[in-house]
Write a protein that binds this ligand. Sequence first.
Ligand code: ZN
Length: 303
Amino acid sequence: MPELPEVETVARDLQRWVAGATIADAEVRWERTIRHPQPAERFAAELRGATISRVGRRAKSVLLHLADGRVMTVALRMTGALIVAAPGTPDDRYARVVFRLADGRELRYRDVRKFGRIGLWERGGVPRPRRRGGARRGVAEAREPYRVGDVFARHGPEPLAHSFSAARLAARLKGRSARLKTLLLDQTFIAGVGNIYADEALWRARLHPLRAADTLTQEEVRRLHRAVRAVLRQGIANRGASFADYVGADGEPGDNAERLAVYRRTGQPCLRCGRPISRIVVGQRSTHFCPHCQALPDEPGPA
Ligand SMILES: [Zn+2]
């Protein structure tokens, strides 16, 4: 499942290849892929003639900013991919939406399992509705038209943003008794981290996945902060990790899967201490860690 580095790779590819392109036509082959506006014919009609000005990312969604200010959000979910196809490229039976570009290329939304969703939104909206509390705010929001900012209103901060400091992470961890692994996967806590990069970050920070968040020392918070950012940056540098369907917008898998330290390395030697990597299940998710390097505080660990 694509996480921040995989989605960022797709967004950067698309920025290079389709920024400035005009969408001549959109063909929706699987209607449930379209989240907004509905029906799918309206989505297609509203996109016709639109120019893509810039491509970015928020959380695990690709954002195609249109020249008129509207934004198309693409949540890849399990098996979604956005692939740029040169004219004459054979059709893809898993293409759920095909955006025909005015220059003859196609931007194909491919999705084997069909969990991904695409929306087209007006600009603006509430990035984080936290200014005024109480029910009044909720009522006021309900009256407003739903805009792109509202799509991400409940998402946590971007871990690679300059504003995401160790102090900010410490403030967010304070008073949270949840386990670290659970919290890292919580998109309202931090955006974009999924199972792969949560395991990798905890290994790098030498923190047990079951540690309660509010028991971390300042030094451990700093380590976690550095580790989260480092594993995400490494993922981006290697064009993401491909285990199943993930590919970049060039249709090619990324190189990061072979470079992971713990994820899916159960029984193999820890790259730091040589002892075997363990697998446990936390909140129904496979969790990989080194029981020696990532010991719980009351258990024997490295001196
Ligand atoms: Zn180890």
